[in-house]
Design a protein around this ligand. Sequence first.
Ligand SMILES: Nc1ncnc2c1ncn2[C@@H]1O[C@H](COP(=O)(O)OP(=O)(O)OP(=O)(O)O)[C@@H](O)[C@H]1O
Ligand SMILES: [Mg+2]
Length: 456
Amino acid sequence: MVRNHSVLIVDDEPSVCFLLKEELSELKKFNVVTVNDGAEAMNTLQQQPFDIVLLDVKMPRLSGMEVLKFIRETHPTTPVIMLTNFADVKTAIEATKLGAYDFVGKPYNRDELIATINRALEHRRLTIDNELMKYELSRKGGGKEIIAVSAAMKTVIATAKKVASSDSIVHIHGPSGSGKELIANLVHSESQRRDHPFVVVNCASLPDTLLESELFGHEKGAFTNAYQMKQGLVEVANGGSLFLDEVGDISPLVQPKLLRFLEMGEFRRVGGTVSMRVDVRIISATNKDLNAEVKAGRFREDLLYRLNVVTLKIPPLKERKEDIPLLVEHFLNQKLKAKQTKKIDNEALQALLQYDWPGNIRELQHAIEGAMLMSHGDEITANDFILTQTNVVQETIFTPKGTSILTMNELEKIHIEHTLKKFKYNRGKTSKALGITVKTLYLKIKRYKISTPNEE
Ligand SMILES: Nc1ncnc2c1ncn2[C@@H]1O[C@H](COP(=O)(O)OP(=O)(O)OP(=O)(O)O)[C@@H](O)[C@H]1O
Ligand SMILES: [Mg+2]
């Protein structure tokens, strides 16, 4: 079952509304609301956004054109199909100029109308994707493969699929790079909302006031620079899912507003006076310990309880190393062009299995991509990998001095030694990789008394 699209029909003739509603409802993919008056249409739209509006042009009090202008200003992502008399081509053209998606003549042909509605919904989807891309906020749900053989990950995936069909709030906890967004995506794409937007908001990347107006929108003139009314992401996500990433970083100022939204399903645009309702499923994620954040007074306890209805815990990669070989193969195949083959040798795989992956799967992905660039021929060897400095520090954490803290100079020395080894002591390549000149490298080798095989 897929969630229905919401349709608002505005026509002063009750019989037209009735017939349209009957015909669309029969298809079982639309939830239809009808109103007989332009002003009522505006009121309804102020309280609840719709996926599409069918709008009669000729209505006694407020004309369809006035309502169209209002919708274009306040609900830029909602397509409007005008219902016009066949004779009235001039008005139809004018309406398209004002931003109507299309027009259908009355009396309408049922199949033609449905085809136009479907096209308009596709247009809406593209408009939303486009809108979100401007903010680099969203990727569409679905389509991303999740690789897992470990029992721990299989349980996470099975639970995610199970809870997907309900509308309950899902919270995902896991360390950085462990696949939180991928799992959030899975919850959305396995839910009945899969044909509606999956909107990602990174709560840590926006300052307080901006986060509030991104989430809930703002009215024209709500604050300096609010030159135009702006729809909030909760409205854009209507019918779909809203992924609140890094929710542990949401500021104390915005927390009560989010809580109100979660509790009542209601919100107000910044500077707005009307409460609006949307139908959005919330998925949140963080790598922070929210209980500790509550204790420290940075996160509201009531908000934590609201978010924590179902919690999915993603284990760090080091606790599920059996996933590594398949992930390696997956990332290798992802980067290779058709017909190309590249294999990883056993020694390299052993090294990857021993490493602790503080940056989890994202780090593994980058390590593979890097190694593919470094490798010659069709085999990737252990030498082709540069694992992060954390690794170097871990390997050498007990330095000759026996202390566990390295000075910056010691760390630099180790890093240079490691990189020199990696590039088989080729100073040109080493200095390039380190982002310094050959001369600086030479001076540092002397200063740290690094022994190199080709030293005289
Ligand atoms: N099980 C998996 N199978 C395949 N790819 C994965 C898997 N887990 C994570 N990835 C990939 O690793 C990268 C990081 O995953 P994702 O962005 O979901 O992690 P995250 O926990 O949200 O990270 P961050 O805390 O940095 O936001 C992505 O490119 C994702 O596609
Ligand atoms: Mg993430």
